[in-house]
Design a protein around this ligand. Structure first.
Ligand code: ADP
Ligand code: AMP
Length: 237
């Protein structure tokens, strides 16, 4: 176990871990592998995957009012304003399918969002068990993002070199078509990585201080990253 996780926290969560009932934040820079690992975790632990980026992309595709607001920020690589994002997560976490455990992927991304999430957890009587920080050096992220291909239907992530689908251009899980995200271009990626450094990375300290941070080396084979996560959260598959 990482030294960031306190004994008190392990004692308080041990009963929950027995029943695979976990509330997890997947943390890391854009391209660190959060979505990729979320798919594996969902398969093995039956947790509900909540990706704020994916929710925004669905809202954009459905041309909702929120989608129109989000689109102007996402295209430029900027964060969607906190009040919109927090409202979205608040509604989602209150839903029935989150009661048996969830994975938050891409939220929180600012200190304000993290504080709002704490408040929300109190209101909904939710405990956050682990924040899994997938660490990948900045210089590796551009290559990951420029080669990323995403399923239009289920949002699963692939890579033209590192994680190829079985059939070119087709999702292994749902057979949907793969596409390149509009914000995976050089200009947007530069903005997103900069925003991560300035606004999101400081949350590592925030969760370290709460004693729930697990640090994972994200620069390994996808399966090895997953095994490390499984070992650290300590639930038998
Ligand atoms: P995030 O959700 O953190 O933005 P993704 O899970 O979409 O990141 O991964 C970004 C890209 O990197 C995708 O193309 C994915 O296939 C690839 N990828 C994910 N994990 C690894 C890994 N451990 N090694 C190499 N490439 C990876
Ligand atoms: P992602 O799919 O996590 O890479 O997110 C894609 C984009 O959605 C980000 O670059 C932001 O513009 C927006 N977004 C996703 N999550 C958040 C968040 N928690 N706060 C603000 N904007 C977000």
């Amino acid at each position: 176990m990482s030294q960031s996780v306190t004994i008190e926290h392990l004692i308080s969560t041990s009963k929950r871990r027995d029943t695979s009932y976990m509330n997890i934040i997947l943390f890391g820079a854009p391209g660190a592998g959060k979505g990729t690992q979320a798919v594996e975790l969902v398969k093995n632990y039956h947790l509900t995957h909540i990706s704020t980026g994916e929710m925004f992309r669905n809202a954009i595709a459905n041309q909702t009012a929120m989608g129109k607001v989000a689109n102007s920020y996402i295209t430029k690589g900027e964060l969607v304003p906190d009040e919109v994002t927090v409202g979205l997560v608040k509604e989602r976490l209150a839903q029935e399918d989150c009661k048996n455990g969830f994975i938050l992927d891409g939220f929180p991304r600012t200190l304000h969002q993290a504080r709002c999430l704490d408040k929300l957890c109190l209101e909904l009587n939710i405990q956050l068990d682990f924040v899994i920080d997938i660490e990948v050096p900045m210089n590796a992220l551009m290559e990951r993002l420029s080669g990323r291909r995403v399923c239009k239907v289920c949002g699963a992530s692939y890579h033209i070199l590192f994680n190829q689908p079985k059939v070119a251009g087709e999702c292994d899980i749902c057979h949907g078509p793969l596409y390149t995200r509009k914000d995976d271009n050089k200009e947007s990626v530069a903005v997103r990585l900069n925003t991560y450094q300035e606004q999101t990375k400081p949350l590592i300290e925030y969760y370290k201080n709460k004693g729930i941070l697990l640090e994972i080396n994200g620069q390994q084979e996808i399966n090895d990253v997953f095994q490390d996560i499984v070992n650290k959260i300590g639930v038998n598959l």
